[in-house]
Write a protein that binds this ligand. Sequence first.
Ligand code: GDP
Ligand code: K
Ligand code: MG
Length: 296
Amino acid sequence: MTESTRCGFVAIVGRPNVGKSTLLNHILGQKLAITSRKPQTTRHNMLGIKTEGAVQAIYVDTPGLHASAGKALNRQMNKNAQSALKDVDVVIFVLDRLHWTEQDQAVAERLKTLPCPLLLAINKTDRLEDKSRLISHMAFLAGELPKAEILPISALKAEGIAQLERRIGELLPQTAHLFPDDQITDRSSRFIAAERVREKIMRQLGDELPYQVAVQVEEFKQEGKLLHIHALILVERDGQKKIIIGEAGERLKSIGSAARKELEALFESKIMLRLWVKVRSGWSDDERALRSLGYD
Ligand code: GDP
Ligand code: K
Ligand code: MG
């Protein structure tokens, strides 16, 4: 191809739960980032790569910028979010409808000083009760972030995403692609598997689940037609272990079967998924333990 190519990094930022991961999954056309109603579902920076014709957009799904950074886990997540903003070519700031909280304001303050183009995506417009207020809210946002382009979208219903992507393509620099055209992430299959198990835990447990749960894949091995995945679920306390395992192991079984189904589709293989729950107290406040789990 003699056509000049475009390539660059796109950061997706915003406070927790505005729909960043949902947006990324829709853009990539497959589920890569995990999502749930709980804040702090996304803990890692992970690249999602999309190549379409001449354009390669490399997305960074940032863990939310957290207001209170108490524990080591939160501090690490904040560092990740901040470092993701350096050296990017485009930033998408995702907002939840007409809500404008102190956290949104704090994110806006950080974005004001960035030299790269900024796209403001007003998300969840499918659930916008009062559409007439959208225009005045857009005027307010234009006042807050004068350089930003504002685009209403619905990540869930895939509305406005094509326009958003077109604009990103125009804003990316003209340069060679960094990744092969069929690569969709920089993360290992092990990591993707661990994240998928963690998502099922987050989703199947109600509010009784603390955020202090981590998943580590200890074995990932293809044997004939069967892919063997062994994963360790780390919790802080014995009570949490009981909650995840559930009455006669029912909870853990259902977490496992939900994760297995999705992983079979993703890896296109029959899977034998084994899950263990272990108590390792203090892991979420221990920087070294976090590094060993890949939070770096
Ligand atoms: P993140 O924390 O910013 O990554 O947010 P998630 O992508 O995990 O989404 C948080 C919640 O908002 C999930 O329950 C999503 O299904 C929901 N959500 C995301 N985008 C939309 C949208 O466009 N419309 C509606 N109605 N819900 C959405
Ligand atoms: K979330
Ligand atoms: Mg997320």
